[in-house]
Structure formats: structure tokens, C-alpha cells
Design a protein around this ligand. Structure first.
Ligand code: CTP
Length: 406
């Protein structure tokens, strides 16, 4: 691909210790065919030097507005960009961007860019929670920027808390989706709280064994990631997944169906949307053996008695803890996919049901799938074979339509 054909991304880097993680984001962007121009702030260069950014991007690196003036870089870089991502975004950079300052090349670029803009903040918890930062973030979001919530974890030094830069791979996914959706960032879930369940529950038999299923959680994670990109506050209730936390989502890990129910119902209290993408076990062992079940010579094993688990989707659909809440279910079917899907939609009482055809090699754990989205209004939307993010975006399109109509 010629450089001019490649999507143009500006990677703004501000002066925080997480600047070194932006090298990984840069590598992912260039390796996936983007032309990346790195625009660090002066203090970013104290953490990672200019040669690193130049070598990894293959482009010149400048921080001020007084270099290459004949090319008018302070205007041109922003105007020509298809996406600007600032990672890490410090409290100072967020403040300067929110107030429209233009004292270096990055802030000039932010003022001239008309493409989607993503900020991935990283700072100490106190700075993130300070009212000044809160107001600056709200201002940037109101103007259409995507500000990814920082992750919770180890910060510089000994302390832990909210303020870590999210996983660079996950920041990359947010960028990739925004580029795929074109220049108008779909901020149509801004101000909404969405709850997504993902993964598969495990029902313990004894301290070492469980009844489980083959759900990887990928579809639920794609839903969480795309909802973040569309501006939502996202709670992801994750049952036994081994995927990196989607950038910006609040992840609540759970194990069993009963724990999942508790976490989903709690998060649903103030949610506009609940999407039950998790594979929840319908049954659990009636008895949990405190000690490991041992084989006994000459004796057949005891049969495993099962009891029903609560049906979280049906319970939520009936209760609707918040008026106007939209509830979405998933159905995995092996035969009579549409007829079974329709019957399940009616039985569960949800607004939308995403019906997948599953088999040993289909859907579970795969990167792609195809499905039909059934609506309680009788609508039927086929989603062709493609990335799980495409299916996720179709679900959000329909959800947004229902929220706006309600
Ligand atoms: N679900 C749930 N609680 C359960 C079982 C399932 O909330 N105890 C939700 C799933 O998250 C999914 C939907 O219900 O959104 C459909 O799950 P599925 O297992 O396909 O439906 P079942 O009711 O179990 O129907 P059947 O086993 O008869 O196919």
C-alpha cells in the first residue's frame, strides 16, 4: 500500500511514565497498515526519546510549532488526520485540550483535527478524581472526544488505584473501530450506562472440578469495546474469561451463575441497557463436596444430581429495574435456529435476541460469527459472517433506536 492510501493516525504522547507503553500502541498501528505521525509533548520526550518514535513510525517527529514552518505542520497534521489518539493523556494535556490552548504542536493538532479524537488518560488517582480533571474530561466528551476510563491497578511507585493506562492492545481496538466507523464517531451511547455479561459460568462439584461450557467471552468483550467507543459507561460482568480488560470498561469478575446474577442485577439498577451475552449454566450440582470426590475401588461413581439455576435474562426482562431499560439476550441453537429463537424471545421476555448457530467449531472461541437479531416487534436483522465487533455494532444500532424511541 502506498503511504498516501494508508489511514493517517496522529499519536499524541504526553509526559507520563506510561509513555513507554505508547510504543506498543504505535507498533500495532503501523503493523496494521496505518501511517502514524507521532506528536509528543516536550515532557514526553523526557520519558521516551525522539529516535524511538521516529524509528517505530518511520516519520519525522516534532514537538513544537517552530520546526518545518514552511510546511505549516501546526495546521496540516491535524487537518489531514483520520484519527488522533493521545496516549497517555496527562492531567495537563487534558486541561490544555479542554481549554483550547495551542502552546505546542499536539494542542495545535487537536484544535485543527476534525476526525475522531481519543484520549487515553493515565495519572495518579488523586489527579484523575480532582474536580478540575473531571470537568475537563466532561468538556472533552461533550465535544465528541472519546475519553477512555483509566484502568485500576498498580501505579508508579508503590500505590494502586484508578489511573493506569489501559492495555495498549485495547486502546488499539478502540482506534480500529473508530476508523472503521468513519469520520463521524458514533457517540450515540454517550451518557448511557450499559451492562454486558460475558464468558461462561462454572458450577463447582468439589474443590477441583466444575461443570462449565466452551464460551470464550469474545462476543461480550466485543460488545463492551464497541459500547466504549460509542461513548457509553460500560460494566462488564465477566465469567471465567482470559481476555485482556477492554479499555474503559469496568470489569466485574464472577465464577458461578449465582454470582453472575448478583453482579448483573446490582449493575442493572441504574443501567439503560443490559446485554446477556454470557453462557449461563442452566443447572448446577445439587451438592458441593467440601473435599475432593475420590474414586473407590469396585464401586460405581455416585450420579451427579443437578438443580436449576436462576434465569437472569428472564428475571431482568420481567423486573426492568429502571423504566425504559432495554434488555438483550443471546441464544445458541444447533437446530431450527429461527423458530427456536422466536420461541425463546417470547419465553424470556427480552427486547432483542441475538441468535447464533453453534456447533463444535462454530462461534465458541472464534474471532468471527454470523447471527440474526430478532426483535420483540417482529423485526429480523441478519448479520453476515464477520468480526464479532460488527455484530456488536448492529446490536448497539438497534438498542440506540429503541432508547431514542422510548
Ligand atoms: N441465560 C440466563 N440465565 C440462565 C440461562 C441463560 O440469563 N440461567 C441467558 C443467557 O445469557 C442468554 C439467554 O439466556 O442471553 C439464552 O440462553 P440459552 O442457554 O440459549 O437459553 P435457555 O433458556 O437455556 O434455553 P435452552 O437451554 O432450552 O436452549
Amino acid at each position: 500500500m502506498d503511504r498516501s492510501d494508508k489511514p493517517r493516525v496522529v499519536l499524541g504522547v504526553s509526559g507520563g511514565i506510561a509513555a513507554y507503553k505508547a510504543c506498543e500502541l504505535l507498533r500495532r498501528l503501523t503493523e496494521s497498515g496505518h501511517d502514524v505521525r507521532v506528536v509528543p509533548t516536550g515532557s514526553a520526550l523526557r520519558f521516551v526519546g525522539e529516535p524511538t518514535w521516529a524509528a517505530l513510525s518511520g516519520n519525522p517527529v516534532t514537538t513544537g510549532v517552530w520546526e518545518d514552518v514552511h510546511e505549516v505542520p501546526h495546521v496540516r497534521i491535524g487537518q489531514e488526520a483520520d484519527l488522533v489518539v493521545v496516549a497517555p493523556a496527562t492531567a495537563d494535556t487534558l486541561a490544555r485540550a479542554a481549554h483550547g490552548l495551542a502552546d505546542d504542536l499536539l494542542t495545535n493538532t487537536l484544535l485543527t483535527a476534525r476526525c475522531p479524537v481519543v484520549f487515553a488518560p493515565a495519572m495518579h488517582t488523586e489527579m484523575w478524581e480532582h474536580p478540575a480533571t473531571t470537568e475537563n474530561v466532561a468538556t472533552l466528551r461533550r465535544r465528541g472526544a472519546v475519553v477512555i476510563e483509566p484502568a485500576v491497578g498498580r501505579l508508579t511507585g508503590k500505590d494502586t488505584g484508578k489511573g493506569r493506562l489501559p492495555d495498549p492492545g485495547e486502546i488499539f481496538e478502540v482506534c480500529r473501530r473508530l476508523l472503521a466507523r468513519g469520520s463521524a464517531p458514533g457517540r450515540d451511547l454517550a451518557g448511557r450506562h450499559v451492562v454486558v455479561s460475558a464468558g461462561g459460568t462454572r458450577e463447582p462439584l468439589d474443590p477441583v472440578r466444575f461443570l462449565g461450557n466452551r464460551s470464550s467471552g469474545r462476543q461480550g468483550y466485543a460488545l463492551a469495546r464497541t459500547a466504549v467507543a460509542r461513548g457509553a459507561r460500560v460494566t462488564l460482568v465477566a465469567a471465567n474469561t482470559s481476555l485482556p480488560d477492554p479499555a474503559g470498561a469496568d470489569v466485574v469478575p464472577v465464577g458461578t451463575a449465582v454470582q453472575l446474577r448478583e453482579a448483573v442485577l446490582k449493575a442493572a439498577e441504574d443501567a439503560d441497557v443490559v446485554v446477556m451475552a454470557a453462557a449461563v449454566a442452566d443447572f448446577r450440582p445439587a451438592r458441593y463436596a467440601q473435599g475432593k470426590i475420590k474414586k473407590r475401588e469396585g464401586r460405581e461413581p455416585e450420579p451427579v444430581a443437578l438443580v436449576r439455576n436462576p434465569d437472569v435474562l428472564a428475571e431482568l426482562s420481567a423486573a426492568r429495574p429502571r423504566p425504559g431499560q432495554v434488555v438483550v439476550g443471546f441464544a445458541a441453537e444447533t437446530d431450527d435456529v429461527l423458530a427456536n429463537g422466536r420461541a425463546k424471545l417470547a419465553r424470556k421476555g427480552c427486547d432483542l435476541l441475538v441468535v447464533n448457530e453453534v456447533g463444535e467449531d462454530r462461534t465458541f472461541g472464534a474471532e468471527e460469527n454470523e447471527a440474526v437479531v430478532l426483535g420483540s416487534d417482529g423485526s429480523e436483522t441478519p448479520v453476515p459472517h464477520g468480526p464479532k465487533e460488527d455484530l456488536a455494532d448492529t446490536v448497539w444500532d438497534k438498542v440506540v433506536h429503541m432508547l431514542n424511541a422510548g
